[in-house]
Write a protein of this length. Sequence first.
Length: 144
Amino acid sequence: MASAHDVAAYILREAGPMDSWKLQKLVYYAQAWHLVWEGKPLFPERIEAWANGPVVRDLYDGHRGQFTVSSWQRGRISNLSQSERESIDVVLKHYKRFTGFTLRERTHSERPWQAARQRSGAAPGERSNEQITLGDLADYYGSL
């Protein structure tokens, strides 16, 4: 199984430098849609429902303090299978045209992030590390 680091490295290679919000949301959507299409997660790392949308903490720790992320040294693209790359490619085709802020707003309007925030009891803008579950991702995106 690939890691979120491998996915981030691939996204940056294919789509170029981007702000950290956009990278986080593209990794999130890659996980969600791969789960729906292939019936299994793309990577094992947790996705948390932070105030500014879904965040993979392991990735955040690698880009903390950076507005723009250009490359991802911790990831190995060769760890991604062909079907994993194809899932990411479809996600990029659809979502890479959006800004990080637009993707943030989009995730805020979708049930998986909302459900995790509700479970945590976090008020708008308040910190939370509640996990966005694979079940919530599969249920919501599988219904679209």
